[in-house]
Write a protein that binds this ligand. Structure first.
Ligand code: F6P
Length: 344
């Protein structure tokens, strides 16, 4: 078989582990040939690719990022995008593609499958917001980075009797915020799923002061929104990617100002940003990514086009790409509320 591989969307730790396991199993297990496309769907549309070998993928397992590069290119934003994808596959005599990505890359993969392209998906994203899989690789690493940051902020917050606001990624899902907030013992956790009331936030902080704790950690997801307002963007929504996503950011600074004004307590914001996506994957993410990659090449040999490899409980299973991208998986409100007793 001849198989193409691409990584699309925001990069995340573990992408190289998938590439490595796909290449190893394809070549040594099946005698296949593997072609890597540069920069996600852009490489397929513009025919930018090279052969991947066992030798060229050695040593990449612990490396963050992706040796193939990534982009947020949407084939359906180009005239005849699907036809161009088919033409590139024909040109290289590829039997199919393995697309490693999140909701956007896999959403495009799902449409391309309907348009006659043989494609198998592998789920990735630090946001952990894909349906049909229990967890995505990249999430565990982002969580560890954010938790380490909270631990560090804790000691300086306490030394200076300050309120420290930590803004984390996650787009419209609060998984990173909720989990790093719980792991780091945050006093307030704000997630996009539940618009927050700034007076309640300040109430929790004041209560800590009344109880003799003169510092607080507030974790805010980048997509957290005040009840009375709308999602805050970097430049009034001017920056929108090819999949229609507004660039989020800014809630941390807004909270810094609002909390200090209302409580009079000295407040500082830290925006963790892309630190959460960079660097070496955790052992959990390396193993999950490896298992998903091995299953993807098996699926190609089984002709399971239009499917995605997924973690269900402890097993890797195949699910329909359509199910995975049907809707963004967000934090259930009931689950968040269960932790309310830990706040403040
Ligand atoms: O989807 C992953 C993610 O890191 C989001 O959490 C974040 O909103 C977005 O990508 C940032 O995208 P970019 O790297 O294009 O700024």
């Amino acid at each position: 078989m001849r198989i193409g591989v691409l990584t699309g969307g925001g990069d995340c730790p573990g992408l190289n582990a998938v590439i490595r396991s796909v290449v190893r199993k394809a070549i040594d297990g099946y005698g296949d040939q593997v072609v890597g496309f540069r920069d996600g769907w852009r490489g397929v549309l513009e025919d930018s690719c090279h052969e991947l070998t066992v030798e060229s993928t050695r040593g990449i397992l612990p490396r963050g990022g992706t040796i193939l590069g990534s982009s947020r290119t949407n084939p359906y934003k180009r005239d005849d995008g699907a036809a161009q994808v088919r033409a590139t596959l024909d040109l290289h005599e590829l039997d199919g593609l393995i697309a490693i990505g999140g909701e956007d890359t896999l959403g495009a993969a799902n449409r391309l499958h309907a348009d006659g392209v043989n494609v198998i998906g592998v789920p990735k994203t630090i946001d952990n917001d894909l349906g049909a899989t229990d967890v995505t690789f990249g999430f565990d690493t982002a969580l560890q980075v954010a938790t380490d940051a909270i631990d560090r902020l804790h000691t300086t917050a306490e030394s200076h009797n300050r309120i420290l606001v930590v803004e984390v990624m996650g787009r419209s899902a609060g998984w990173i915020a909720l989990h790093c907030g719980l792991a780091g013992g945050a006093d307030v956790i704000l997630i996009p799923e539940i618009p927050f009331d700034i007076d309640e936030v300040c109430g929790l902080i004041r209560r800590r002061h009344e109880r003799g704790r003169y510092f607080s950690i507030v974790v805010a997801a980048e997509g957290a929104t005040p009840k009375e307002g709308t999602t805050m963007t970097v430049d009034a929504g001017a920056s929108v990617d090819e999949f229609g996503h507004v660039r989020l950011g800014g809630i941390g600074r807004q909270l810094e100002r609002a909390i200090e004004e209302r409580t009079g307590f000295e407040t500082r914001a830290t925006v963790l940003g892309h630190v959460q996506r960079g660097g070496t994957p955790t052992a959990f993410d390396r193993v999950l990514a490896t298992r998903l990659g091995l299953a993807a090449i098996d699926a190609a040999h089984d002709g399971a086009w239009g499917m995605m490899t997924a973690l269900r409980a402890t097993q890797i299973e195949l699910v329909a790409l359509a199910d995975a991208v049907a809707e963004v998986r967000r934090v259930p409100v009931g689950e968040y509320r269960r932790y309310g007793v830990l706040f403040g």
